[in-house]
Every structure is written in structure tokens, then in C-alpha cells.
Design a protein around this ligand. Structure first.
Ligand SMILES: Nc1ncnc2c1ncn2[C@@H]1O[C@H](COP(=O)(O)OP(=O)(O)OP(=O)(O)O)[C@@H](O)[C@H]1O
Ligand SMILES: [Mg+2]
Length: 392
């Protein structure tokens, strides 16, 4: 039987976060451009293959998949759009992630790159995956979750075009997919580690710091995304839908406001995309970093105030004191201001800003895909007999 790789696929409004078993997590901006051809001859014979590490930033792929309306077409995906200065298609604010093409296009590109990184010299690859997926609280229903899992399941082909002219064909077989609410996905990575063991987390008990496992605790996962913010209540990894809710905004709108102000003030040095904005904002050595961070301060403080009020109200509405975990890329942007605001109000007890908040959902989904519960669902849905048959 082909080895099945487990992966967590968190297709966000702003970027796809992909956590594949035994690999460093990857990130791809959520955008694509349909390749229309070259307007001049390129000296392809002088161009080399893209080295494995840079594959992710140079995605130029033909995707054959029944799950997308651009089936069979060539797509430029993610960061390469910025480098090539192309106009991109992105997710609309009110998009439905379970029907839109973009999450599939970006996810398949990522899964293909992940396979190519393992065997960069091969021209044809076959790879089997089991994947965990996620949808926002506000839009997830049993039907939407099933639809999302179903369209990913099955075979897809991704042909990666190197500038040298060499093409690599990756046959991706997604054996089984399951979709959780965003935020609830992250709880799997908070409660368990990738080996399925209970993770020990540091908590405050009175004035002491102690180590505790979280499988039987009330958790509030606060996921600040680009387009949505999830407030997810769980008992361990058990999702409590009645107490959970979502806000239909995240950090992107605020960052775009800052971008507009920057462009108004710097008409000669405009910032044209979110990727470019992030390149400046998250790189302290970028020559424009300090000015941009300075300019963004009031807007971020405003958003932090808004969200800290929301977090505090949420905690107060809950019967039990929850352990709060703040995740999502928004948590990275807002950490300092949000922490300061909560601190000023004396509300930081058992509020954890997790490490690598951007990848919390993706790594949680990977832990879920590795779990015995996922395997049991797979056996039930596909039939244990069918799996045993394949194992022969
Ligand atoms: N290292 C980073 N690189 C890029 N963006 C980052 C980084 N850290 C934080 N961000 C910012 O975090 C914000 C939210 O990102 P995140 O990836 O959590 O959103 P998303 O999952 O794409 O969106 P959603 O969950 O709403 O669908 C973005 O506005 C982005 O600018
Ligand atoms: Mg997200």
C-alpha cells in the first residue's frame, strides 16, 4: 500500500497554511493569476530549475481537477504573482470557502510542492494524502463541511513548470478528508502533540505556574484571521457549537486601511498588495519598516481595543473560567497592543498567546489527521474492508 501522508490544510482568506507530517509548515498567499502566455521569447535554455526551497515562491502550475472551474488551466499561484508583477484573483470578503475555487487551487499547489521538495529530481510523482480542512464558524454547517471534504477527496494532477522548461507531474490522491471549524481545529494541537500524546501547557494556579493537560478543561480559542475572527468554546477537543460564534472581520480590513493611508502619503512608493505590505511590516530590516509600523500604530491599537473588549465580554459570559488561547496571524500583528490592553484591565490570567500563531490551525489539523479518531472515521466511511484490501 502506498504510504499515506497526513496533512493539515488551513485555507485562509489571506494565506494557505499547510502542515505536512515531518515537514516544516508552509505558507502560500491566497491568490492566483491565469497564465496567458509570454509576450516575448524567454531564453529558457539559460534558465535553471527552481531549487527545492524556492519552489513555494515560484508556483506556475497546470491543474487538472474536477474540483475547480479552471480545470486544465495554467495558474500562477501565491508569491510569484507579486514577483512577476501580475494582477491577482483573491478571495472576496464574503466568499464561501467551501465553493470557491481558490482554496483548492492554492491547496493542491501546496501539496504538490510538498511532494516535490522530497524528491526534486523526479519528473513524475505519486503521493497519497489524508487531510484535515477547516471552515469559519459563521459559515460552517454539516453540509458545507461535507461538501468541502468531498471536493478535495479523489485524484488531482498538478504539473509544475520550471523556468528551465522541465515539467514535473504530481499525481495527488486524497484518500480521506475531514473538515472542522477554524479555531476548533487548533484545539487539537493545543490538547495533543503529533504523537497523539497529551500536551502539557503552562497555566497559572493561584500565584504559581503549573503544568496541566487540557483534555478535560474548558477552552476558548480566539482565532484572529484576516477576514474572520473565531470565538470557539471547547471541552478539550470537543467543540461546543452553541457557545461558539464568529465575527465577520479580522485584521485585513485594518491593514488595508493603513495601506490606503500609506499610499496617499507616499504616492511614489505605493504598497500595491497585502503580500508587499507584509514583506515590509514583518521585516524589521526593511528600509520602510519603521515608518509603516509607526503609521499603523493607531489603527492597530483601535482594533486591539475592539477585540480585547470582545474577549473580556466572552470570558465573562462563560460559566466556567476558560483557558484562553489566542491564535491566527492577527494574534501576531496585535500581540503587543492586545496584551497591553488586557494587562491594563488585569485580564491576562490563563490567556496564552501561542507560539507560531499563524500555523495554529494548520498544525492542529495535522494532529487531527494523525489521530485515532480520524482513522476510525476513515475506516467507517471508506469501509475497513476496503482499507485492508488495499493493504495487501
Ligand atoms: N508572518 C506573517 N506573514 C504574513 N502575514 C502575517 C504574518 N503574521 C501575521 N500576519 C497577518 O495576519 C493576518 C491574519 O492572517 P491569517 O493567516 O491568520 O489569516 P487567514 O487564516 O488567511 O484568514 P481567515 O482565517 O480570516 O480566513 C493577516 O492580515 C496577515 O497580514
Ligand atoms: Mg485563518
Amino acid at each position: 500500500m502506498a504510504k499515506v501522508l497526513k496533512a493539515g490544510v488551513d485555507a485562509g482568506n489571506n494565506s494557505l497554511k499547510l502542515a505536512v507530517q515531518d515537514q516544516e509548515p508552509m505558507i502560500i498567499p491566497t491568490s492566483y493569476y491565469l497564465y496567458v502566455g509570454e509576450s516575448s521569447d524567454q531564453f529558457t535554455s539559460e534558465q535553471e530549475d527552481i531549487p527545492p526551497k524556492e519552489l513555494i515562491d515560484n508556483i506556475d502550475v497546470t491543474i487538472t481537477s474536477a474540483a475547480i472551474s479552471t480545470n486544465g488551466m495554467r495558474h500562477i499561484v501565491g508569491r510569484k504573482i507579486l514577483t512577476d508583477n501580475l494582477k491577482s484573483t483573491e478571495l472576496e470578503k464574503q466568499s464561501d470557502k467551501s465553493t470557491d475555487d481558490i482554496p483548492v487551487i492554492v491547496a493542491l499547489s501546496g501539496l504538490a510542492v510538498s511532494a516535490m521538495k522530497q524528491q526534486p529530481d523526479k519528473d513524475t510523482l505519486r503521493v497519497n494524502y489524508d487531510i484535515g480542512l477547516a471552515l469559519p464558524i459563521a459559515t460552517i454547517t454539516p453540509e458545507a463541511a461535507a461538501r468541502q471534504a468531498e471536493r478535495f477527496t479523489g485524484t488531482h494532477t498538478v504539473v509544475y513548470h520550471h523556468p528551465s522548461g522541465r515539467s514535473v507531474t504530481v499525481h495527488i490522491m486524497i484518500e480521506y478528508a475531514k473538515c472542522l471549524p477554524e479555531g476548533a481545529a487548533a484545539a487539537w494541537g493545543i490538547v495533543y502533540n503529533q504523537k497523539g500524546e497529551l500536551a502539557k501547557r503552562k497555566v497559572e494556579v493561584g500565584n504559581q505556574v503549573a503544568s496541566r493537560t487540557m483534555e478535560d478543561k474548558t477552552l476558548l480559542v480566539y482565532d484572529i484571521g484576516a477576514g474572520t475572527t473565531e470565538k470557539v468554546v471547547l471541552h478539550g477537543v470537543k467543540f461546543l457549537p452553541k457557545q461558539s460564534s464568529g465575527l465577520n472581520y479580522g485584521s485585513k480590513e485594518t491593514l488595508m486601511e493603513v495601506q490606503a493611508i500609506w499610499n496617499h502619503q507616499n504616492p511614489r512608493n505605493t504598497i500595491d498588495t497585502m503580500v508587499e505590505f507584509e514583506d515590509i511590516f514583518f521585516d524589521s530590516e526593511h528600509p520602510r519598516h519603521n515608518s509603516l509600523v509607526q503609521l499603523a500604530k493607531p489603527a492597530l491599537l483601535q482594533l486591539s481595543n475592539q477585540l480585547s473588549t470582545d474577549i473580556i465580554n466572552k470570558i465573562d459570559d462563560m460559566k466556567d473560567d476558560p483557558f484562553v488561547f489566542v491564535i491566527g496571524g492577527g494574534a501576531a500583528v496585535l500581540k503587543d497592543t492586545l496584551h497591553a490592553t488586557l494587562n491594563k484591565k488585569g485580564r491576562t490570567t490563563n490567556v496564552t498567546f501561542v507560539q507560531r500563531p499563524l500555523f495554529a490551525n494548520a498544525t492542529g489539523l495535522l494532529v487531527y489527521a494523525l489521530s485515532p479518531r480520524f482513522q476510525a472515521l476513515k475506516d467507517k466511511d471508506l469501509g475497513v474492508a476496503a482499507n485492508a484490501e488495499k493493504a495487501k
